[in-house]
Design a protein. Structure first.
Length: 307
């Protein structure tokens, strides 16, 4: 039998939980109620003359873009979903979702905007965009809660999400990627990388690139070739690991406050303490700056299997 004191504590905890739900802007149904989901998939395509520009913005959903060999049009699959206490209620909300897929010349505009939805749809719905397109394209993709994945595109990529990972594979061109909470992964390609995350790791492999990578909380790892120019690897709390060919000509400036710096590369210069300034194969054509407050910095030769 529960004691009066235990019952009282349970009541207090329940009251606190409900108060937190209210403070977060949710209702009891959002947290404790049944969650029946309804999903609808729509497909459309667009004929383009030149290299398309994709402008995709969604909320509570993912954006996936990939190329297909020989494809000349843009094909879009739109997944609409919503929740309700019953399937009928969820389906009715899906049917009220306002989503746009429009063409302006070679520009394809995909939009699911929360402010354009009624209150119930906005609170319980989301939209994913899956796009298949020609290899040459420019992309602007943005989502508030969801992942962004891009494969095989040759062009400028501008990618932003608040809560989700960003993964780019086999790119050629410039990549700007920003997320507040999530990792950023770049696997394969050549060009310029500007990568920023507040909470998550940054992993860059099998690339030839100019790199500017920064995270507040997470490690940064790189393996590949650094093009001539300036490169930044900066994190406040995390390890930095860089692997480059031992034949590259690079100036290395490395700083850490509360950990060590190590290297298996034949660096010449100041390689003592918490701040290094040294050169690999002078004269240097590239400058690598690596900075972390709480984490080690490791600079090593690229292994044959990583090339």
């Amino acid at each position: 039998m529960m004691t009066r004191g235990l019952l009282g504590r349970i009541a207090v905890l329940a009251a606190l939980a409900l108060a937190l739900v209210g403070a977060a802007g949710c209702d009891v149904e959002d947290v404790f109620g049944p969650r029946v989901e309804s999903t609808t998939v729509r497909a459309t395509s667009f004929v383009v003359v030149g290299a398309p520009t994709i402008d995709a913005v969604t909320a509570n959903g993912a954006v996936h873009l990939q190329t297909a060999a020989g494809q000349t049009d843009v094909r879009v699959q739109i997944t609409l979903r919503s929740r309700g206490t019953t399937l009928e209620e969820a389906t009715a909300r899906v049917e009220r979702i306002v989503v746009r897929a429009e063409q302006e010349g070679d520009r394809i505009v995909l939009r699911y905007v929360a402010s354009e939805q009624d209150a119930e749809v906005r609170r319980r719905s989301g939209v994913d965009f899956d796009v298949t397109l020609p290899e040459s394209a420019d992309v602007h993709a943005e989502t508030s809660n969801g992942a962004i994945h891009v494969v095989g595109i040759r062009g400028a990529l501008d990618l932003t999400t608040s809560n989700g990972e960003i993964v780019v594979s086999d790119f050629a061109g410039g990549v700007t990627a920003r997320t507040s909470n999530g990792q950023i992964v770049v696997d394969g390609g050549e060009g310029a990388l500007h990568l920023v995350t507040s909470n998550g790791r940054i992993r860059i492999v099998h690339v030839v690139a100019i790199v500017d990578a920064e995270t507040s909380n997470g490690e940064i790892t790189f393996s590949g070739r650094l093009l001539d120019g300036a490169h930044r690897f900066v994190t406040s709390n995390g390890h930095i690991g860089v692997r480059v060919p031992s034949t590259e000509a690079i100036r290395v400036v490395a700083r850490t406050s509360n950990a060590s710096i190590s290297s298996s590369l034949p660096l010449v210069g100041d390689t003592e303490g918490h701040t290094w300034d040294a050169v690999l194969n002078a004269p240097a054509a590239a400058t690598l700056t690596a900075e972390t407050s709480n984490g080690a910095i490791d600079l090593d030769a690229l292994l044959q299997q990583e090339k």
